[in-house]
Design a protein around this ligand. Structure first.
Ligand SMILES: CC(C)(COP(=O)(O)OP(=O)(O)OC[C@H]1O[C@@H](n2cnc3c(N)ncnc32)[C@H](O)[C@@H]1OP(=O)(O)O)[C@@H](O)C(=O)NCCC(=O)NCCSC(=O)Cc1ccccc1
Length: 207
């Protein structure tokens, strides 16, 4: 469920590269142990860079694009958007056996309890993945409710796998289940969610 950015637009390619540099920068901020004067010098340089980017700023969201093969690209998405420094960015794929899947490696930046991932970050990833599972089933909707069960703390810095699948639909309401697990299948966090197709989306094909 990705569209090759590099093949389409050199400016977007540059923007996605900047977002990745920004992620690397944020990781470095989270982990740095350099001295106070060096931190202050870096902060001053960063403020100058921020001013350069603000010289021309958009006032509308990044558009959600649908490719010829039905793939969806939303570069501004906080979970998957390659142009959003907040995004992991997660690359969500169709899973031939289940609905959708994504490989994840959380980073120290995502810390909640010491040495573990913040529960809200896990919930955010699962919210997104469940939403993509219902979209993949042709019943795209917005999250109405999300229930998360945290079975074990989620480590950062290790490869993990997230999966989700659409379970049923009734009218405009669709349900999906998902989980974040270790590569051996041990489930760390699981979620179930209700997604509601806004009336104006009925009949639209978004995946
Ligand atoms: C669209 C809707 C959720 C529902 O509005 P309408 O269409 O006007 O609904 P209407 O009143 O016509 O009721 C129809 C039926 O649904 C039921 N029901 C309604 N609400 C709830 C509920 N909360 N919980 C439970 N049930 C509810 C209601 O009782 C009725 O049931 P009935 O037929 O009598 O059995 C609206 O409240 C909204 O926009 N909320 C904000 C959503 C939002 O921002 N979410 C976060 C952003 S998405 C994201 O980040 C993840 C993502 C990532 C990637 C991809 C995809 C997703």
């Amino acid at each position: 469920m990705t569209i090759d950015v590099a093949a389409q637009d050199a400016r977007l390619e540059a923007l996605c590269a900047l977002a990745q540099e920004t992620r690397d920068f944020m990781d470095a901020v989270a982990l740095t142990e350099v001295g106070g004067s060096e931190i202050a010098a870096v902060a001053a340089e960063l403020a100058a860079l921020t001013a350069r980017l603000r010289a021309a700023a958009r006032e509308t969201p990044q558009p959600l694009e649908i490719g010829a093969d039905g793939t969806v690209r939303h570069l501004g998405n906080a979970v998957t958007g390659a142009a959003n420094p907040h995004a992991l960015p997660l690359v969500v794929e169709r899973d031939p056996e289940r609905g959708v899947r994504a490989d994840i490696a959380f980073r120290p930046l995502h810390e909640g309890p010491p040495s573990a991932v913040h529960g809200g970050i896990s919930a955010m990833v699962l919210d997104h993945l469940l939403g993509q599972a219902v979209a993949a089933a042709g019943v795209a909707g917005l999250t109405g409710t999300l229930t998360v069960r945290y079975r074990a703390t989620v480590p950062y810095g290790r490869p993990l796998v997230a999966t989700a699948e659409h379970t049923r639909s009734e009218g405009r309401k669709s349900w999906a289940d998902g989980r974040i697990a270790l590569p051996d299948g041990t489930v760390l966090v699981e979620a179930t969610g209700l997604f509601i197709t806004p009336a104006e989306w009925v009949g639209l094909k978004v995946t």
